[in-house]
Write a protein that binds this ligand. Sequence first.
Ligand code: HEM
Length: 453
Amino acid sequence: MGSKPVIGTSLCKWTVSYFALAVVWLLLAEVLMVAGFGFPHDDIGGPDTLVIVHMVCIGWLSMVLCGALFQFVPVLVAKPLYAERWTLPALALLTLGLIVLLAGFLALGGHFDGPRWLLPVGAGLLMAGFTLVVANLGMTLWSGRPLPEPARFVAIGLACICVTAAFGGMFSLVLSGTAVGALWPDLLVSGVPIHAIAGLGGWLTFTAMGVSYRLLAMFMLAPDGDARLGRLARRGGAAALAVTFVGGVLALWKATGLNLVLLLAGAAALLSLAAYGRDVLGLYRIRKRRALELNTRMSVLALGSLVAVAILGAAFAVTGSLQSHAGALAFLVAVGWLSGLVLANLYKIVPFLTWLETYGPVMGRAPTPRVQDLVAKRRASKWFGLFFAGTWGATLLLLLDAALGFRIAVAVVTLATLGLAEEFVRARRLADVAEPLRLPAGAIVPHLLVSRN
Ligand code: HEM
């Protein structure tokens, strides 16, 4: 299929495969939570919770992000992806690595009698997978220097996944009983916050901020944001991450604890988020597309979750109850903010890529539907409503220590996710496109799981 004039780049063949696998991991994690596996029934740092955390963080969020970056980093820097042929091996390594890592956690939790090498081997496969991803995207960014602002966010995010994976690899050596544990007894205690902040804050949030800058401007037909605010958001975030890493490693060295480091990093992160929030609000004000599309409105709800995390986090820190509420806040970050933002964007990106693949080649030669004709907005808004209501309810119930209520609320979130997954499948199948326009001569229904490029 020919080149795609709308975004000036070709489709990455395996992006939709990353998306599909990612949704499956999310559903699996949700079902486990509904079944009462892991936190809050199990300890927040216990092996069962680690299974769910990594299903969500690697299987769902990192997988979607990798797929999206393969498609959008070339758009950000107006250069082709460095090596399209690396994307499938990376997908295989990440998937296999995650499965082995999860098996390692399950063995650690006593669910079966597994060998001790499961965790380090799983970590090794994951590190190999992430290395392929970072090298591929890093070379693409390198070819596009000087980098535009959103691409700089992505570059910082890529550095952070390296830090996350390096710490994860060391933890898995410690937990499997190798020598590292004796060398650095405090590695797990002080290292876990660094690993989690680098993963959730640096890799997932920072990269999502960079990409969504571009996507929000593109989908709302707004000119680019305020350059000064964008720079402030990036520098504040980079400072927060740098303080966490350098201060964290120093604290690890001297075993002095992390509190001061986290306080400073938290202040810089708040500055970054405030600048980002203002900039995005500015984009809304100057947008040309007055009626906001569903994906944009849902991104606002996701952003609302992030604002709630910042406010609640600050309030709990002041009252000294941050530790006891960390689980609820982590849930709101992972599901309300990151998952909500990803689902809102998938609702736009899946039909968009499907449209390009199906109608791009025949555009101008036959009447074609619009991108929004590939989706059914009313049905999807119902699922999104359920998703956010369930997520906020679940967070509240975690704060109130109501474990059973939490599971019921997550069941609602699971139902909503299933509904949205069906909407994505229908978009790929062109199921909602009215008949005369659905398949003009020369157009072919796309495959569900790969794109023709
Ligand atoms: C190479 C990939 C990774 C490996 C090998 C790995 C491994 C681990 C291990 C062994 C722990 C447990 C530490 C302990 O005993 O307390 C852990 C905790 C954690 N990891 Fe990862 N991880 C990886 C990637 C990620 C990513 C990409 C994210 C987020 C985006 C992430 C988020 C977390 C979080 C939030 C925790 C703390 C969970 C809790 O205390 O309940 N990890 N990781």
